[in-house]
Design a protein around this ligand. Structure first.
Ligand code: BG6
Length: 515
C-alpha cells in the first residue's frame, strides 16, 4: 500500500534524468590519447575543443590527456604547447582553475609509430593513470595521423593489449580522414581497423556532422510539417550543394597534392550532406536507424554520365581575394607545378528512389572561390501554370529553400512577391531565419561535440565503414575518368570556379547560385 501511495504522488510519465536529452551530458571516467598531437588539426581544433569541454564542465574529474609524438618533450613542454593552442583556439574564456586541473592530467610519450618500446611505455602509463587518476581503463585513441600510419598505430595498440578492455572497461578508436583513397583502399583500411577494434568501437570523424546546422537538417525536415510535403521530385527541380572556401592551400600542399577537392571534401562532407537531405525518415534517431536510412540512400546514388559534361574540375591561378593579391596553385610552396590535383570539383549525382528519381544533385567545392560559404539549395519547379501577362514575372526565378550551413547559419526561402505599386510585377524576395538572431546560445565547435560523443559512446554522428565505402563507390568512376583525361581547367582565384562548371549546369538549362 505504501508503495502504491508513493506511486500515486509521482507525476505521470516522469522524465527520468537519463532520458532528458536537454541536460548536459558529461563523460564518465576516461582518458584520451592523441597520435599526431603536434599536427595542425590537433593544435587548431582538437586541443582547444578539449579545453572548451573541460571549461563547460563536460569532462570527468580525472580526465587524462596523453600526447604521443616524436618531439623530445617533458610533461611541462607538452603542457606549454597545449596551453599555446588553447589560448589561440579556444572558444570559451581562459580559466586558471580549469586549466590547472586539466594540465595535471596531461602527459607526453615520446616515440615513433614503429617504436615498440614507446608503445610499451604508453601502455604502462595508461595502467598508472588508471590507478592514480581514476580513468578506470576507459581510453579513446585519436588517430590524427596520415593514413599510411593507421595500420602501424592500430597494430601497436593491439600488441600492447591497449585495444582490449577488461570487463566493464572500454577502448575506442577515433579516426580522422582521409579514410582511404578510393573504395578499395577504404575497404583495406576498414579491415585493418576492424581486425583489432569491433565496429561499435570505431569512431570515424566527419567534422561536418558535428556542425549544429548539419544536425538541424534532420530537425527541420522531421520536426515540421511545412517542408516534407514538397521534399521530393514532384516539387523539387534540382538540389545544389556548395562548399566554397576563400582560402588557398597555404601550408597544406603536402597533404593536399595527390588528394584534391573531390577526395578531400566531396567523398565525405558533401556526400554526407546529400544523404541527410535525401534520406527517408528514420523510425527513430537511434544510431542504428539513422545509419540504416543513410546507407539506403547512398546505395541508391550514382554519378550521372557522360562525365565530360556532368563534372568539372579546376586549379586556381593567381588572382585577387578581396583586396589581397594571391598566388596560383602552382606557385604555392610545396606543390608540384605539374600536379593534376584539382582544387575545384563539381559533379552531378542521381538518386534512384521514388522520392528523387529525375532530380539532379549538383555538388561543388573549391578553394580560393569568391567567398567562404557552405549551403544546400533545394530549387523548386515552376508552377505548372501562371496566370500573368508576359513581363509581369520576367524577373521571377524558381522558388528555393536554402539551408545555410556556414557562415550566417540559417534557413532562407526565396519566393515571388508583388512589387508595391499600381502595376503588377512579381519579383524574388528572401525570407531569412538566422541562428544568431533567433537564439542566444552559441553553437559548440564541431570537434567539441564529436570528442564528447566518442567519450559517451554516442555514435550517431560518425559514419560507419559501409557509409565510407559506399561514398567512395559513388565517386570512384568520376575520379577514374579524371585520372585518364588530362589536366584540370583553370580558374582565377576569387572567382566561382572554371567555366566548365558553368557549362555543366547550362547544359541542363540551369545556373549555379552565387551565394
Ligand atoms: C576539411 C578539409 O575536412 O575541411 C579542408 O580537409 C577544409 O581542406 C576544411 O578546408 C573546411 O572545414 P570548415 O569547417 O572550415 O568548413
Amino acid at each position: 500500500m505504501a508503495n502504491a501511495a508513493a506511486r500515486e504522488q509521482q507525476p505521470l510519465n516522469p522524465l527520468r534524468q537519463a532520458d532528458d536529452t536537454r541536460l548536459p551530458r558529461i563523460a564518465g571516467p576516461s582518458g584520451l590519447v592523441i597520435f599526431g598531437v603536434t599536427g595542425d588539426l590537433a593544435r587548431k581544433k582538437l586541443l582547444p575543443a578539449i579545453y572548451d569541454l573541460a571549461n563547460r564542465g563536460l569532462l570527468p574529474a580525472g580526465f587524462t590527456l596523453i600526447g604521443f609524438g616524436r618531439r623530445e618533450w617533458s610533461k611541462r613542454d607538452f603542457e606549454d604547447y597545449v596551453r599555446g593552442a588553447v589560448e589561440k583556439g579556444a572558444r570559451t574564456r581562459f580559466n586558471d582553475n580549469v586549466w590547472e586541473r586539466l594540465a595535471e592530467g596531461m602527459h607526453f610519450v615520446r616515440g615513433a609509430f614503429n617504436d615498440d618500446q614507446a608503445f610499451d611505455s604508453l601502455a604502462e602509463l595508461l595502467r598508472e593513470m588508471d590507478a592514480t587518476r581514476g580513468t578506470a581503463g576507459n581510453w579513446a585513441y585519436y588517430l590524427s595521423v596520415p593514413p599510411d600510419y593507421f595500420s602501424d598505430v592500430i597494430h601497436q595498440l593491439d600488441r600492447c593489449g591497449m585495444a582490449t578492455p577488461e570487463d566493464g572497461q572500454w577502448r575506442r578508436v577515433v579516426i580522422e580522414k582521409p579514410f582511404g583513397h578510393d573504395a578499395a583502399t577504404a575497404r583495406e583500411l576498414n579491415e585493418v581497423v576492424n581486425q583489432v577494434f569491433p565496429e561499435r568501437s570505431v569512431f570515424r570523424i566527419d567534422h561536418y556532422l558535428g556542425k549544429e546546422t548539419v544536425q538541424n537538417i534532420l530537425a527541420l525536415r522531421f520536426a515540421n510539417q511545412l517542408f516534407e510535403p514538397i521534399w521530393n521530385a514532384n516539387y523539387i527541380d534540382h538540389v545544389q550543394i556548395t562548399m566554397a572556401e576563400d582560402i588557398g592551400l597555404g601550408g597544406r600542399a603536402g597533404y593536399y597534392d595527390g588528394i584534391g577537392a573531390a577526395r578531400d571534401v566531396i567523398q565525405n562532407h558533401l556526400i554526407q550532406l546529400m544523404a541527410l537531405v535525401a534520406m527517408e525518415e528514420p523510425a527513430s534517431f537511434s544510431p542504428r536507424q539513422l545509419k540504416a536510412e543513410k546507407i539506403k540512400v547512398l546505395r541508391a546514388t550514382y554519378p550521372v554520365e557522360p562525365f565530360d559534361r556532368t563534372t568539372a574540375r579546376g586549379q586556381y591561378t593567381a588572382g585577387w581575394q578581396g583586396s589581397e593579391k594571391v598566388v596560383g596553385l602552382r606557385e604555392e610552396e610545396g606543390f608540384d607545378p605539374d600536379s593534376t590535383t584539382e582544387t575545384f570539383a563539381a559533379c552531378t549525382l542521381q538518386i534512384n528512389t521514388r522520392r528523387w528519381a529525375g532530380v539532379p544533385f549538383y555538388l561543388r567545392t573549391g578553394k580560393r572561390l569568391g567567398r567562404r560559404v557552405t549551403e544546400i539549395a533545394l530549387v523548386l519547379k515552376r508552377p505548372p501554370y501562371q496566370p500573368f501577362q508576359p513581363g509581369q514575372t520576367e524577373s521571377l526565378t524558381n522558388n528555393a529553400v536554402v539551408l545555410r550551413i556556414q557562415p550566417d547559419e540559417g534557413v532562407l526561402m526565396r519566393f515571388g512577391s508583388k512589387v508595391p505599386g499600381s502595376a503588377l510585377e512579381v519579383r524574388d524576395v528572401n525570407m531569412n531565419f538566422s541562428y544568431s538572431e533567433a537564439f542566444t546560445e552559441k553553437s559548440p565547435e564541431a570537434y567539441e561535440r564529436l570528442i564528447l560523443d566518442a567519450l559517451l559512446d554516442e555514435s550517431s554522428l560518425f559514419p560507419t565503414n559501409e557509409e565510407v565505402e559506399y561514398s567512395w563507390e559513388i565517386l570512384d568512376p568520376i575520379l577514374d575518368y579524371w585520372a585518364e583525361n588530362g589536366r584540370p581547367d583553370e580558374y582565377a582565384a576569387g572567382t566561382w570556379g572554371p567555366e566548365s562548371a558553368d557549362r555543366m549546369l547550362e547544359a541542363d538549362g540551369r545556373v549555379w547560385r552565387r551565394p
